[in-house]
Ligand binder design. Structure first.
Ligand code: KMH
Ligand code: ZN
Length: 274
């Protein structure tokens, strides 16, 4: 079976130090968390950035500072900036990190309720606009799907030329407003993507590790990190993103799946060598 690509979503836009004091806000904290995840076996860092007080931002200069600082200590890691940003940001605000020509970036494939009165808005025209910009800038999109309908949207937009093959999906499962994290739904999503596509799974909260195991067994890849879950086990806060990655590595070893290096992850995903 293909080697396992582990992505660490180290920071997110919503999770706070009140949830886990190790959640990174400053540049130094982001570097510490990225390095802990990389050292433990992550080949991709899914990156949001924050100002020092924790406020999420898509500011290009802040992204550049954080990315440069991460590359200094993890020179071959794949950094995948978010273009989702935080609820309420404009499209052009969200797209700023793509001006830095990262190898990958997220492309959110639909609108969903995001808890309370929040709506994470991604209209069809927004998805087309983001897809087109990523093609122009040579960026491989990770297609964030929070529900089955978002796979269907991505496939339609592929036919119209806004998303290129081979497609790489991230099944984000267990968000309040999206598809559940039940195994039945994982099987449904996995069976709905093209046979030449790759996928990773980001289980939110208590779904993180059960879905990681399912994906390891089923030939998919895995995303973990504070953006999705702050607990190492029930009631036990993770001390770092590295601890979450290390737990996935242990599962993979037990199940006979080797871990991909960043160079191997690039090969699997069709990225150019760095
Ligand atoms: N923070 C969420 C509103 C992404 O990174 O592309 C969107 C998000 C998805 O986290
Ligand atoms: Zn994100």
């Amino acid at each position: 079976m293909e080697k396992l690509i582990i992505t660490a979503a180290i920071c997110g836009a919503e999770v706070l130090k009140e949830h886990n004091p190790a959640v990174p806000y400053t540049i130094e904290e982001c570097v510490r968390e990225a390095k802990s995840a990389y050292d433990a076996g992550a080949s991709i860092i899914h990156l949001h950035v924050r100002y020092d007080d924790g406020t999420p931002t898509q500011d290009k200069a802040r992204f550049k500072e954080v990315m440069d600082a991460i590359y200094r200590v993890c020179p071959d890691v794949i950094i995948q900036p978010s273009t989702g940003g935080a609820v309420g940001m404009t499209n052009d605000e969200r797209l700023q990190p793509t001006e830095l020509s990262p190898e990958m970036a997220t492309l959110d494939c639909g609108t969903l309720n995001f808890g309370g009165d929040d709506i994470f808005e991604n209209t069809e025209n927004t998805i087309k606009y983001f897809g087109q910009k990523m093609i122009e800038r040579g960026i491989k999109p990770e297609l964030e799907v929070f529900d089955k309908s978002m796979i269907d949207m991505a496939l339609r937009l592929h036919k119209k030329g806004f998303i290129q093959k081979p497609m790489h999906f991230d099944f984000v499962m267990g968000v309040n407003g999206g598809i559940s994290g039940e195994l039945r739904d994982f099987t449904f999503l996995k069976g709905s993507i093209p046979s030449d596509a790759t996928f990773t799974v980001a289980g939110v909260g208590r779904y993180e590790f059960p879905l990681a195991v399912a994906s390891i067994i089923e030939g998919g890849h895995v995303r973990v990190g504070f953006e999705d879950n702050v607990f190492l086990s029930k009631g036990v806060l993770a001390k770092s993103n590295g601890e979450l990655v290390a737990k996935v590595v242990r599962f993979a070893r037990e199940l006979g799946r080797d871990i991909a290096t960043p160079a191997e992850a690039r090969q699997i995903l069709g990225l150019k060598p760095r």
